[in-house]
Ligand binder design. Structure first.
Ligand code: DGL
Length: 268
């Protein structure tokens, strides 16, 4: 049975899984949350690269036919190494600064991402290809991921932290805001409440899953029609029951249509 691995430092990649379940519902999925080690965004490039490769090897050995590195930070530091090691489609996630540069009217774009993503060579190389008349206000979302991982999403602490992170880009008049971390789509409602309706929010989950679909097509990785429901295996290095509870809370997809299995795993 064709199975797709989706990996993130924690629950952030659920925003990509949600889109995948809607666009490609016939596949089986293995979601891997490295929650024991989240956040990745404040770790060294070397650590992120080694750990991401280790997890993708694990998913490949578990039988995945394709893997979505559903983490901007891991994509920035590890996608090249993962692709050279594994001979299956590896789809990454990058902050949508390119679509933002095309959509902004006033040429001022805010980018909210992890510190590691903003510092990475991959991100800065992409930035260097974009028109010079476009100003990017980069902001590291320090503290956001730990709060989301703890399920503290609509809390006064989260609102205060976000107001603080978004202030510089608001002050400089950004009309477009890139959500450069897969955890952040879960904050959309709160972000909207702070920045208002006139700012365009850029979230690339839909484009990432369309890219996954193209790769599956090209490699003829098909999900045959089956009588049984698709399986979603939720793996966490911290606590798989917590991951399942978060999936029920955060996903819009109808989980009752899936066969769900959970497991707390160690990969060391
Ligand atoms: N969700 C991740 C990303 O897209 C990583 C967040 C983190 O662990 O710091 O960058």
């Amino acid at each position: 049975m064709a199975s797709i691995g989706v990996f993130d430092s924690g629950v952030g990649g659920l925003s990509i899984l949600d889109e995948a379940l809607q666009q490609l519902p016939s596949y089986d999925y293995i979601y891997f949350a490295d929650s024991a080690n989240a956040p990745y965004g404040e770790k060294s490039a070397q650590w992120i690269a080694t750990r991401s490769l280790q997890i993708c090897n694990y998913l490949s050995e578990a039988g995945c036919d394709a893997i979505v590195v559903a983490c901007n930070t891991a994509t920035a530091e590890a996608i090249a190494a993962i692709r050279s090691e594994l001979n299956i489609p590896i789809i990454g996630v990058e902050p949508g600064i390119k679509p933002a540069a095309m959509q902004t009217q006033n040429r001022v774009v805010g980018v909210l991402a992890t510190e590691a993503t903003l510092k990475s060579d991959k991100f800065n190389a992409l930035l260097a290809t974009l028109p010079e008349d476009c100003q990017f206000i980069k902001q590291a979302g320090a503290g956001l991921v730990p709060l989301i991982e703890a399920g503290q999403i609509d809390t006064p602490e989260m609102h205060a932290l976000l107001r603080n992170h978004l202030r510089p880009m608001q002050e400089q008049g950004a009309d477009t805001l890139v959500l450069g971390c897969t955890h952040y789509p879960f904050l959309k409602k709160i972000i909207r409440g702070i920045v208002g309706d006139s700012i365009t929010l850029i979230d690339t989950s839909d484009a990432v899953v369309r890219q996954l679909a193209r790769q599956l097509n090209q490699r003829e990785i098909v999900a045959p029609l089956k009588e049984h429901p698709s399986t979603l295996r939720l793996l966490s290095t911290a606590n798989a029951d917590t991951l399942q509870a978060m999936a029920k809370r955060l996903l819009h997809s109808d989980l009752s249509k899936l066969r769900i299995e959970t497991k707390t795993v160690q990969t060391e």
